[in-house]
Design a binder for this molecule. Sequence first.
Ligand SMILES: Nc1nc2c(ncn2[C@@H]2O[C@H](COP(=O)(O)OP(=O)(O)OP(=O)(O)O)[C@@H](O)[C@H]2O)c(=O)[nH]1
Ligand SMILES: [Mg+2]
Length: 391
Amino acid sequence: MPTNLPPDAKKKWEEVEATRNPREKLRLLEEFLSLVPRHKGTARLCVQVKKQITNIRKEIEERKRKKTGKSGPRIFIEKEGAAQIALIALTKSGKSSLLAATTNAKVDISPNPYTTREPVPGIMNYQDIQFQMIEAPALMEGSADGRAWGLQTLGIARNADGLILIVDLSQNPVRQLSLILHEMEKARILTSRPKARVEVDRKFMGAGLRIIVLGKLIGCNFRDVEELLKGYNVTDAFVKISGEATLDEIEDAVFQSTTYKPAVVVANKVDLRGAEGNLQLLRSYVRGKLPIIGVSCEKRTGLQKLGETLFRTLEIMRIYTKEPSEREYSRRPFILKKNATVYNLAKNIHSDFKNNFNFARVWSKRLTFSPQKVGATFVLQDGDVVEIHLK
Ligand SMILES: Nc1nc2c(ncn2[C@@H]2O[C@H](COP(=O)(O)OP(=O)(O)OP(=O)(O)O)[C@@H](O)[C@H]2O)c(=O)[nH]1
Ligand SMILES: [Mg+2]
């Protein structure tokens, strides 16, 4: 059921979205909440907003404590490398052990529960790129309702580019994984691509509202969507709807509350008795929906597959750039989403590049001859070398 908010609440939400200052955001969110009428249709929204409020409060407290003075929309941990990966798991499953086995981070490994209480980052090398891994404090039943540091942990998951979900194979892995997925779902973090994809790309004032439906609207029509968006003062935006979308899901996109994170399951402690059988149980439960890697962090086995699996699951690629005047291409690749074009690359390099783009030359093993002169719409692949020529 759509929430159908009164105009003053919608107006307030606009202000919430416009501010990046945490204190200001906190104040506005509280005001927003007071303007939301309480009924069944708004229950979900209220829970969501309350969570945001709790998270921001924690952020502010944390900042005060650490006095880092760094600004930015989120505290958490500054991103580094090709992608930030959050390690999400129940206690004692081996999050710290995985960090120790794959990075140079200093961690506390212990047979006692809840040893790690603060997020711990580490850098894992994979070929010529790096993944930043972050151990989040253990998830538990009730995390999504704010138990212990649950909201912080879920916040780390939400802020990451991808997830590693760890289960302990010496215990029932299905129970562990379903608990993790359930808590995440309550916090609206999905590990499978939602059927619908709604992208709201806000534009400058006066740009107008453009809605493109590539998929199918379920239980609503184009006009309903337009009404809903206008109701939230989304009047200057490019809205792309793919897959099968309900009005609820479109509303979610306005609030940016549901998020999809690519995830890899690491089944740890394969060295222990009964692990083999449990791994099979896990595989039949997951049914190929998520990649599973059986490892022993203690014995350091099975871990060599992790980098490649992450890379594949994140659906990213490495693109190397070359200056027209240079002979060699840069050894530090740009990381782009799979199927990105030369245009996406140009935009990534410099905002001026997209306006002044003339043509590009691409070197690639898959081409019959290299370099090949291409236009902005040319679709790139992992490993391509690109030289951009401006007008
Ligand atoms: N047999 C075996 N034990 C392991 C393995 N990996 C971790 N352990 C043990 O499992 C226990 C918990 O490991 P940690 O890495 O501290 O687990 P954690 O998930 O970080 O736990 P918390 O931070 O306390 O929530 C420790 O006693 C580890 O020695 C493994 O591959 N095999
Ligand atoms: Mg730990």
